[in-house]
Design a protein around this ligand. Sequence first.
Ligand code: APR
Length: 234
Amino acid sequence: MRAERILILTGAGISAESGVPTFRGPDGLWEGHRVEDVATPEAFARDPVLVQRFYDARRAHLGKVAPNPAHMALGRLDAAWPGDLLIVTQNVDDLHERGGARRLLHMHGELKSAWCTRCDRRHPWGGTLSDQPPCPGCGHRGALRPDIVWFGEMPYGMHHIYNALDRCDLFVAIGTSGHVYPAAGFVAEARAAGARCIEINLDPSMVSDQFHESRLGRAGDLVPKLVEELLQGC
Ligand code: APR
């Protein structure tokens, strides 16, 4: 397959085969919580301990999971691709990094980062936050929150992402249901800019009809195949 400038959007489906639960599973619950009860600034203001414990558990879980063949394939693509490439993930896990991806943007933040709302600095974080550790920057206790973009907050890197969307000639969405904007609108932006648009997902997403091609199946099977096609064409 021929392309020069690639933008790849990933969602929870790419980490499902690693054992990280997706958001909109069959019962609509996520580790026993509704997403809106733990992933909004209002939820954090109402019950900070619940929200911190929820994210502490997810951060700790990262130590029990490993990148799968889809993450590894994108790492190979990143290392070998001579043209422009940007991997934009909605995921807050670190499986893309551990799969070798470097040209990576976490638009919804990262579990392994803590943000001090007092001094506004971000710090790499591997431990817990529910016990109110001091901020390594300003020393204040109780001001560190998960560096996660919650509903109602502005995703990271939007200017950079839209520039890349407007320039790319191949847009690929992997493992995302198309429920959450702005990410669900990326396909329309890329298509309007003239890019070929391919979706890889277990089921058709909410925005499937906007793609030129929908490849239905497991990311762990289909992403390595796509990467081979791309690397053979370059
Ligand atoms: N391979 C490919 N796709 C898969 C796999 C798999 N093994 N398993 C599940 N999927 C697909 C599902 O069919 C579904 O369409 O992945 C998609 C996951 O959708 P969601 O759970 O809605 O996750 P996502 O689209 O990433 O959610 C977007 O919502 O709550 C917010 O901020 C959160 O980043 C998240 C955003």
